[in-house]
Design a protein around this ligand. Structure first.
Ligand code: IPE
Ligand code: IPE
Ligand code: MG
Length: 256
């Protein structure tokens, strides 16, 4: 999209209030953190906290799509999260299932393409089948790239890329000299998508926790204090506004 197309789209979506449309991030990544603390604050079970988190998730996906942002990556379950209590893990697995069953129709209708980041083979069969089906069903869509990271770890993703590239070199399909930064990008789950422009992590924690290490190389980071179940569309708009005001230099000397 050129600047004019972005502007037209922005107008169409009635989102001028956020300011200069050309400063819109193309790819937003969100580490949805704070469900456990929210549950504790409200004297509810951790599972209930996660369930409340899925309400926020729906709103944020909808808003991202309305704004015409190209890609949204959401961290739902990390490879490290398997070490949580079995009861919590199984509640999360159930929520993942419920989410896809209840949302797939609307997402497909909205032309959203769903992609699961992470190793689906280690998931329970029902979850694996449902996620595969969501990817199959929406794979031909041309709208928002909705990436949901489930059993995802960025280091494992990079190792997987390195292995695939090594196989191509070994078979003579790829020469060593031809390996560049794009070769790596092309072997990540997010192949073909723009790199992350804006990373948001809620709950005040300031770390990546093994999320999209390669794709976040030049992202702007914003860490709202608010816990994920309390994160609102208004708070999201504030993050987008803050992103717009950042001076992205990419290493160059840029006059303010
Ligand atoms: C994030 O909320 C959701 C997942 C990791 C699945 P947490 O469960 O990590 O919430 P806190 O960090 O304990 O508050
Ligand atoms: C990161 O949050 C993973 C997800 C949000 C799915 P965690 O709460 O698991 O990360 P740490 O343990 O604080 O690094
Ligand atoms: Mg956490």
């Amino acid at each position: 999209m050129n600047a004019k197309q972005v502007k037209d789209l922005w107008k169409l979506r009635n989102a001028e209030k956020l300011g200069d449309p050309t400063r819109m991030p193309r790819h937003v990544a969100i580490i949805m953190d704070g469900n456990g603390r929210w549950a504790k604050q409200h004297k509810l079970s951790v599972s209930r906290g996660h369930r409340q988190g899925t309400e926020t998730l729906r709103e944020i996906i909808r808003h991202t799509d309305d704004l015409g942002i190209e890609a949204l990556s959401l961290y739902a379950f990390s490879t490290e999260n398997w070490s949580r209590p079995a009861e919590e893990v199984s509640a999360l697995m159930q929520l993942i299932l419920d989410f896809f069953v209840s949302e797939i129709e609307e997402l497909d209708q909205k032309n959203v393409r769903i992609l699961i980041l992470g190793d689906k083979s280690a998931l329970p069969e029902k979850q694996r089948e449902t996620l595969l089906e969501a990817e199959r069903r929406t794979g031909g869509n041309t709208g928002l790239h909705l990436n949901i990271a489930i059993n995802y770890g960025s280091r494992a993703e990079i190792v997987k890329a390195a292995r695939e590239i090594a196989v191509q070199v070994q078979s003579g399909e790829l020469s060593l000299d031809a390996i560049g930064e794009e070769t790596i990008s092309d072997h990540l789950y997010t192949a073909g998508q723009p790199e992350v422009d804006l990373l948001i992590r809620t709950s005040g924690e300031m770390r990546l926790s093994n999320f999209l290490l390669y794709q976040n190389a030049y992202a702007e980071f914003i860490f709202p204090e608010v816990l994920w179940p309390d994160f609102t569309v208004e708070e999201y708009d504030r993050c987008l506004k803050e992103f717009e005001s950042r001076n992205r230099r990419f290493g160059a000397r840029v006059e303010e």
